[in-house]
Design a protein around this ligand. Structure first.
Ligand code: PEP
Ligand code: MN
Length: 354
């Protein structure tokens, strides 16, 4: 079974669901049955070996739970997937008959571990999904794909599960959507799944992030689903019940990326206008930097430092206070001003060093 074909042949959105961890045979099988009965799900997931942050947390049942997952798959007729983090996991998952493997975020960060998995999979025909590394490093993520490809594993999928950030007020793992988008630009043939459960860490926000992923044309979703989330042995706050999974999936709006004919002319016209404005923005930035260079020349001749902190703080404050009037967010203004400032410093330093 090829992952891409499986996705293409299933109703949209393509959904992988199941508990964070397989906790008991009874939990695994009844969760799977309930999910299959209630929601349009294409693949069943469960963690068997859990990479936990703290040592005394539940670390998964291990090998015995593989048989429960495979049995749950047989009963429901769904292919099953689990996380592997080393050679031993790979061998056990393959001999138990797991259909699809995934490499977790904490493993993708470690080239030794990914290489060990790639070596263990040499010559094996099985789809493998690779979660992004916990840190926002596109090259590290792509490197993991290259290791598997070199081992002859070519049926690959990517899972975007967000990036770790100390004390973030909103997300458990910040989505940084530009990274999966950049990934797709470079690897358009690899399906991209979103895992809103690990991005949000909070079941109340799963739908919102799932919708965002669909709007960005992701190929599918992985959603942690548990019969009794509050008593789950891992990730209790983010798991949803099979019933909530159904209503969540029903609430999602599927938009097409094929623009209907009657909308095309309007879009072309608007995009042309936007392109013209973008051209102007860049022309203005070029003019802005030319002025910076003149200022740099002046500072050089008069032995004045490049950076004048109070002046800059004043400029930023002035802009930020006008954010509302010009219908832009303060965070956007801050980012754009910082980017302009950094570029301006580069231009001035270039002049200083001439
Ligand atoms: C999981 O899917 O249960 C998991 C451990 O995810 P991640 O690797 O994204 O933390
Ligand atoms: Mn989990």
């Amino acid at each position: 079974m090829e992952l891409k074909r499986l996705i293409a042949n299933q109703p949209k959105p393509f959904v992988i669901a199941g508990p964070c961890s397989a906790e008991s045979r009874e939990q695994m099988i009844s969760t799977a049955k309930e999910i299959a009965q209630k929601a349009a799900v294409s693949v069943l997931r469960a963690g068997i070996w859990k990479p936990r942050t703290r040592p005394d947390s539940f670390e998964g049942i291990g090998e015995e739970a593989l048989t429960w997952l495979v049995e749950a798959g047989k009963i429901t007729g769904l292919p099953v997937t689990t996380e592997v983090a080393n050679k031993d996991h790979v061998e056990k998952a393959l001999s138990a008959g797991v259909d699809i493997l995934w490499i977790g975020a904490r493993t993708t960060v470690n080239p030794f571990a990914v290489q060990e998995i790639a070596d263990a999979l040499q010559g094996v025909k099985i789809p493998v999904m690779i979660k992004n590394p916990v840190n926002p490093d596109l090259e590290l993520w792509i490197g993991a794909f290259e290791r598997l490809e070199k081992a002859g594993v070519t049926d690959l999928g990517a899972i975007h599960r967000g990036f770790s950030f100390y004390n973030h007020p909103k997300y458990r793992n910040v989505p940084n959507w530009e990274i999966p988008i950049a990934f797709r630009e470079r690897n358009s043939q690899i399906p991209m799944i979103c895992d809103p459960s690990h991005i949000t860490g909070n079941r109340g926000m799963v739908a919102e992030v799932a919708q965002k992923a669909l709007d960005l044309n992701f190929d599918g979703l992985m959603i942690e689903t548990h019969l009794d989330p509050d008593h789950a042995l891992s990730d209790p706050a983010q798991q949803v019940t099979p019933n909530s999974l159904k209503s969540l999936l029903d609430s999602l709006i599927l938009r097409t990326s094929n623009v209907p004919l009657n909308a095309r002319d309007f879009l072309i016209e608007m995009r042309d206008k936007i392109e013209v404005i973008d051209d102007r923005i860049f022309e203005l930035l070029t003019a802005r930097m030319a002025l910076s260079e003149e200022v740099g020349q002046f500072k050089k001749e008069n032995k004045i430092t490049v950076l004048q902190q109070e002046h800059w703080a004043h400029l930023i404050q002035n802009r930020l206070s006008k954010a509302q009037d010009i219908n832009l967010t303060q965070i956007f203004i801050r980012q754009i001003m910082d980017a302009i400032h950094q570029e301006s410093i580069r231009h001035q330093v270039k002049i200083m060093n001439k």
